[in-house]
Design a protein around this ligand. Structure first.
Ligand code: PGA
Length: 255
């Protein structure tokens, strides 16, 4: 089976509700000719409801940037997976490098979040990736292996899980990983999923690349073997650059 290409925009802590709905309103018109690529918008929590209304009737998806694993209770400031799924949110980014490094999330917490998301029929966009230091010391594969083993611990069914390979040193730096680094990492991740699960699971699981994707490098990155799409940060905030990236992926899918 050929995996449908995906382009997800991670807005991080950017855009208010009004900015988000207006962006998506305009963007939906531009996206009318996009048929093969799955586009996913991941705005801050406050824009989810409004954007859901705007996206209803389109094929584009809506994702949250985080969740908490408990169902409800005394967890000030947190949002549960049932709250997200009631809104119609379909995806949730889990284990993003900023959550790991700025907010101190560890693999154990990430694992709980993944279990909670899957049990609420949300599709996790599970982020993994090495730091600059770890790459320098040739520990990339070890790090990816650990993050996958621990993050997916006791998850018997992957469902529609998406993995995003995002080298930490490439996020927001303007310095994307090169094609051979990406191919190597994606092949390693796929093999790991094959070993932990099955050939079928590994062949059907989308692996996105993220880290300084922009309209200029999108073409060569999407043609890199094993790349099923992108998780885009900075370049997803501007209509033109996000559309150009999506369109490049779409044109590639048509070839
Ligand atoms: P970037 O961010 O595209 O701005 O590098 C990617 C991400 O954090 O998902």
């Amino acid at each position: 089976m050929k995996i449908q290409k995906i382009v997800a925009g991670n807005w991080k802590m950017n855009k208010t509700l009004n900015e988000g709905t207006s962006f998506v309103g305009k963007m939906s018109k531009l996206l009318l000719d996009i048929e093969r690529t799955k586009v996913i918008f991941c705005p801050p929590f406050t824009a989810l409801v409004g954007m859901m209304e705007q996206l209803s009737g389109t094929t584009h998806g809506l994702g949250a940037q985080n969740c908490y694993w408990k169902e409800s209770g005394a967890f000030t400031g947190e949002i549960s997976c049932s709250m997200l799924s009631e809104l119609g949110v379909k995806y949730v980014i889990i284990g993003h490098s900023e959550r790991r490094h700025v907010f101190g999330e560890n693999d154990e917490l990430i694992n709980k979040k993944i279990h909670s998301a899957v049990s609420h029929k949300l599709i996790p966009i599970f982020c993994v990736g090495e730091t600059e230091e770890q790459r320098k010391f040739d520990e990339t594969q070890e790090v990816l292996e650990d993050q996958i083993d621990r993050g997916l611990r006791e998850l018997s069914n992957l469902g529609d899980l998406i993995i995003a390979y995002e080298p930490v040193w490439a996020i927001g730096t303007g310095l994307n990983a090169d094609e051979s680094q990406i191919e190597e990492a994606h092949t390693f991740i796929r093999k790991k999923i094959q070993n932990n699960y099955s050939v079928g699971d590994s062949e059907n699981m989308p692996i996105l690349y993220g880290g300084s994707v922009n309209p200029k490098n999108a073409n060569s990155l999407i043609s890199t073997p094993g790349v099923d799409g992108f998780l885009v940060g900075g370049a997803s905030l501007e209509r033109d650059s996000f559309y150009q990236i999506i369109n490049k992926v779409e044109q590639y899918s048509k070839e």
